[in-house]
Design a protein around this ligand. Structure first.
Ligand SMILES: C[S@@+](CC[C@H](N)C(=O)[O-])C[C@H]1O[C@@H](n2cnc3c(N)ncnc32)[C@H](O)[C@@H]1O
Length: 258
């Protein structure tokens, strides 16, 4: 049984909503309304993210990390986005991902996305963008035989573990550029034997990963906190003994889905 790790929590304390009549009308930045189509809200969010230097700084980080993948046209997998039609954070994360694709001159059709919470509105939004929607829940256990950017903002720990386990080899791990919660932070916060036993891949890999946190987003604080670009530096796996690659068998032989 996995250790009882608290699921991702936002750092920002809860702030009570102001009474409705005093709220400023900012359509598109918050949950979509009948008047605001998801595509329009997404467009506004993209404009919003482009204000100031934040996105420029993120793009710089992205260029540096992607160049190490040594792929002119990597695949992109997006997991655990949430519902961009109804969640402002999910919408901000999707806007970020689309900006990142533009920066890399990647067609949105190179992006595959899966989240069990996608609603028909989300599905329509993604279809209109020509993002490939995956329909099977694989618990993030996708194998990467070619360079792939995996965007998993604020996913549960088990999904990160499943993703790494599926790619647990010298050949596959370097294909991965993970844009997700900082794995080393989990290790720092749970330095226990039990954590290592429950999440062996995260425990073993986190100290080897090169991690580049996104700068703090001044406007969408909860959407991007704790998110970092993470990859395995070339050469860091070369000298590891064979024991590193021996993982404990999973109970029942199946991946643990969430
Ligand atoms: C903590 S929420 C994060 C949502 C959003 N990214 C955010 O930061 O607000 C975790 C998300 O992972 C999704 N999820 C759970 N199991 C999943 C799976 N097997 N594959 C992909 N996504 C999954 C959940 O539906 C949920 O939307």
């Amino acid at each position: 049984m996995a250790e009882n790790i608290t699921p991702f929590n936002y750092d920002t304390p809860f702030t009570p909503a102001r009474p409705r009549k005093k709220r400023k009308n900012k359509p598109g930045l918050h949950a979509t309304t009948n008047q605001t189509q998801p595509s329009e809200a997404l467009h506004r969010m993209r404009q919003y993210l482009l204000q100031g230097d934040w996105m420029l700084e993120c793009k710089q980080l992205l260029r540096e990390s992607v160049s190490l993948l040594q792929a002119s046209s990597p695949e992109v997998l997006c997991l655990g986005l949430g519902s961009p039609a109804s969640s402002r954070d999910a919408r901000a994360q999707l806007a970020f991902l689309l900006e990142a694709c533009d920066e890399m001159s990647l067609d949105y059709s190179k992006v595959s996305a899966y989240d069990p919470v996608f609603t028909p509105e989300d599905q329509q939004l993604l279809d209109d963008l020509e993002v490939q929607r995956l329909t099977e829940n694989r618990g993030a256990a996708y194998p990467f035989d070619t360079p792939t950017i995996v965007f998993m903002p604020h996913c549960d720990l088990q999904l990160y573990e499943n993703l790494l386990r599926e790619n647990w080899s010298r050949e596959r791990l370097p294909n991965l550029l993970l844009i997700a919660n900082r794995l080393s932070e989990y290790l720092d916060n749970h330095p226990s034997h039990k954590f290592s036993a429950d999440f062996p891949c995260i425990s073993q890999l986190a100290p080897l990963i090169s991690s580049h946190p996104l700068p703090q987003c001044p406007t969408q604080t909860t959407a991007f906190n704790n998110i970092a670009l993470q990859y395995i530096p070339s050469g860091s796996l070369e000298t590891l003994g064979s024991g590193f690659w021996d993982l404990p068998r999973l109970a029942g032989g199946a991946e643990t889905k969430t």
